[in-house]
Design a protein around this ligand. Structure first.
Ligand code: HEM
Length: 506
């Protein structure tokens, strides 16, 4: 018995000693910690408590360590964050072999446990988005506008009276329909069961990531075999995709280049690429669901913020209506050029992503080898590093009155400078002061698509509806969960078909 006890004590002491040595010699120990203790075990507890208050932790780091790096604990590793524009530029400039954006995304999403290996190995659908969907946007826009019109009629009752709408779920549905009109076309973009999967994929992915985040690395594959909501949803989506894909493949084989009415959507652009690899209906379905993951939550959250801001400040509606109506009249309809000419609407969206945003950090990069940043911070291979986006966006030394929401600030700034393109919502050349889409070569490839969907939805609602805040008439505060920023689920906006002319006085 005594031998048994001393064996247990020896093993325990050896375990503690190994842990202590690993902690003491961890190269990340030199980077200052915010958000709790950096001691092993305690940092895990800190990571759990930070889930509710990550904004304060990041603001503390940004304030205490300007133009430097700091770290905070995540569930299964440290997250290093850089403050200030100089280091952000450095993240952008580092080559793929030093700091990798795709590898960071794979780590963050625990891709190798959650997604099909074929997709992890080859993300060609991202190229399809950049090279096909984005270039075809002017042709796709009429379909997107049509879907917005029908979806709004289905979801926002168009009676005379004011109708109170729960903005978050309603916008998720309208955006899912508009986006999927371009992703998979009619009739699937209106199929309720498919839309449920498209909207739900983000929550199911995050739940799976969270569970796997709690599990030690060596157990992740085993746990993912039993708990993977993405796999389950892909299997359900296959039932919707199979008949469509088989029919399209049949027609393509029969007509080849003579297929005049070939669909103009993301699914078809992917199918055109499939010939050269081993994709199955399941992996194609997962690629399209992945695009929904990237598109729907980001877009619907932004539109929700925009609507609650407009409902809170209805004086913004008149100048926006004037601009939208003039742009459409000048271009003879809802064209991409007409949308591009809506500077005030563009400014509102840019300000929404600056002031509210989607996440507290962006520009995730993984160190592919040991490297030292210009401030002396040593990043060992495998470290994940981010930019402190939210804190930078609220820094008044970077942008005047950064803590004030000012819907048309970027329209005024654009009018006053020759360097206008940089101040657009979906600027092609990103800048180190504005990071909602990241910065540099890996900046979000979906931003041009997002711009078109945003403007189609908002312009339609602004021109056709009056709006005011619902509930108690106060805009509920945003919700911060881990690194995510969300509008309150309680957000309500009351809509009424727009009164024009003399009717508007009533
Ligand atoms: C408000 C809207 C959106 C925001 C704020 C946003 C933000 C971002 C950010 C921060 C990144 C990472 C960039 C980096 O690593 O530096 C990203 C990547 C990505 N986004 Fe977006 N996004 C939005 C909408 C969309 C839409 C509508 C789509 C699809 C149509 C999309 C598709 C993607 C894809 C595929 C990637 C990964 C790119 C890669 O693997 O290289 N996003 N997005």
């Amino acid at each position: 018995m005594d031998d048994y006890k001393s064996l247990v004590f020896t093993l325990l002491a050896a375990g503690i000693a190994t842990y202590a040595v690993r902690w003491y010699t961890d190269p990340l120990r030199a980077i200052p910690t915010v958000g709790g203790s950096s001691l092993p075990g305690l940092s895990w507890l800190a990571a759990l408590s930070i889930l509710r208050d990550c904004r304060a932790v990041l603001e503390e780091g940004y304030r205490k360590y300007p133009e430097q790096a700091f770290k905070f604990p995540a569930l299964d590793q440290w997250t290093v964050v850089v403050s200030g524009r100089e280091l952000v530029e450095e993240l952008r400039k580092c080559g793929e072999e030093e700091l990798s954006a795709p590898e960071s995304l794979k780590d963050t999403f625990q891709s190798k446990y959650i997604f099909d290996p074929l997709i992890v190995a080859d993300q060609y659908h991202v190229k399809v988005l950049q090279e096909k969907l984005t270039r075809r946007l002017p042709d796709l826009l009429p379909d997107i506008v049509d879907e917005v019109t029908v979806a709004v009629q289905d979801h926002i009752v168009s009676k005379e009276d004011w109708t109170s709408v729960e903005v978050v779920p309603v916008m998720q549905n309208i955006i899912a329909r508009a986006s999927n009109r371009a992703f998979v076309g009619l009739p699937l973009c209106r199929n309720k069961e498919y839309l449920r999967l498209a909207v739900g994929i983000i929550v199911d992915t995050v739940k799976t990531m969270f569970v796997l985040g709690l599990v030690p690395r060596f157990l992740k594959s085993t746990v993912a075999r039993f708990y993977n909501k993405v796999k389950r949803n892909t299997d359900l989506a296959v039932q919707h995709f199979r008949p469509i894909i088989e029919e399209r493949q049949r027609i393509a084989a029969e007509l080849g280049d003579r297929w005049d009415s070939k669909p103009n959507d993301l699914l078809q652009f992917i199918l055109d690429k499939v010939k050269s690899n081993n994709d199955t209906i399941s992996t194609i379905a997962q690629r399209v669901l992945g695009m929904n993951f990237a598109a729907i939550h980001t877009t619907s959250v932004t539109v929700t913020h925009a609507l609650t801001r407009l409902a809170e400040q209805p004086e913004l509606l008149a100048p926006l209506r004037d601009e939208i109506e003039k742009s459409i009249a000048a271009e003879g309809g809802w064209t991409s050029v007409a949308l591009a000419n809506m500077w005030k609407l563009d400014s509102l969206l840019r300000e929404i992503l600056r002031f509210h945003g989607i996440t507290l950090v962006s520009m995730g990069r993984k160190a592919m080898k040991d490297l030292t940043l210009s401030d002396g911070t040593f990043l060992p291979r495998g470290t994940i590093v981010h930019a402190a986006t939210y804190a930078l966006h609220h820094d008044s030394t970077v942008l005047e009155r950064a803590d004030t929401f000012d819907a048309f600030r970027f329209a005024r700034m654009r009018a006053a400078t020759a360097a206008r393109a940089k101040l657009q919502f979906a600027a092609t050349t990103t800048s180190p002061e504005y990071l909602p889409f990241g910065h540099g070569a890996h900046a979000c490839p979906g931003r041009y698509f997002a711009e078109n969907v945003f403007k189609a939805v908002l312009a339609h609602l602004i021109v056709n509806y009056d709006m005011k805040l619902g509930g108690d008439g106060v805009r509920p505060p945003d919700v911060f969960i881990a690194i995510g920023v969300l509008p309150s689920l309680q957000s309500r906006v009351v809509f009424r078909p727009r009164k024009r002319g003399a009717d508007a006085e009533r």
